[in-house]
Design a protein around this ligand. Structure first.
Ligand code: PGA
Length: 251
């Protein structure tokens, strides 16, 4: 089964509004026109409305997070409904920085996913092991636990609407990319676990992205792994030329 590739840029807490507009404008101008892969940009919340108005016809946008609460007295939170209201298309849920710095639990991630899907947002669900897990050779157990503790709480319709992103935490922002062999080994393991738990049709159709120091130099090799369906790019998505090269590597 051929799965469409996705290249997603997670800007994290970077850029001014002017830098944001210049960067998206450069990406839109230089990215290949063909629609063989989906390209999504995840800027900080505050820039989303303006970027969507300016460039929403040319490229997809997503938020880096959403609240696990529907609405109400939750100072500082942004709800899934608000994101849908500004025509935001995607949301990242479960990024390792949210899990570690903001103590997000699987229970909260389940609530976020359900709310996001209720509001027709497309979800990219992130997970991945820590360095200490890999050193102890427990990465497969850790990844399966993170994955199944959330996916098993979703119904069939919900399951089909989410994209997965495997991001080994030791590779995020460190320059230490997983080798194509390590990435493929884990993606194959994930697909096998999904097949055992949810059936072959689901396992073969779900897109699984790789994230963690993916860049213009290593993207092509990573994306050529049979079970890697594109990438979630942090640092390299802040450089227009590099991000465009990564998009080209996905075609
Ligand atoms: P990185 O970040 O590409 O800078 O390693 C990836 C991510 O955190 O999604």
């Amino acid at each position: 089964m051929s799965r469409k590739k996705i290249v997603a840029g997670n800007w994290k807490m970077n850029s001014t509004l002017k830098e944001a507009k210049d960067l998206v404008s450069a990406i839109v101008k230089n990215k290949p026109l063909n629609q063989k892969s989906t390209c999504i940009i995840f800027p900080p919340f505050v820039y989303l409305p303006e970027l969507i108005k300016l460039f929403g016809k040319e490229i997809s946008f997503g938020a880096q997070n959403c609240s696990s609460f529907k609405k109400g007295a939750y100072t500082g939170e942004v709800s899934a409904e608000m994101l849908a209201d500004i025509c935001c298309e995607y949301v990242l849920i479960g990024h390792s920085e949210r899990r570690s710095y903001f103590n997000e639990t699987s229970e909260q991630l389940i609530d976020k996913i359900k709310l996001a899907l209720q509001h027709k947002l497309k979800v990219i669900f992130c997970f991945g092991e820590l360095l200490k897990d890999r050193e102890a050779n427990t990465q497969f157990n850790v990844v399966e636990e993170q994955l199944l503790s959330v996916l098993k709480k979703l119904n069939e319709k919900e399951l089909k609407q989410i994209t997965l992103a495997y991001e080994p935490v030791w590779a995020i922002g460190t320059g230490l990319t997983a080798t194509p062999n390590q990435a493929e080994e884990m993606h194959f393991f994930i697909r096998t676990s999904l097949q055992n738990n949810f059936g072959a049709e689901y396992a073969n159709s779900v897109q699984i992205l790789y994230g963690g120091s993916c860049n213009a130099t290593n993207a092509e090799e990573l994306f050529s792994c049979p079970n890697v369906d594109g990438g979630l790019i942090g640092g390299a998505s802040l450089k227009g030329n590099d991000f465009v090269s990564i998009i080209k590597a996905s075609l």
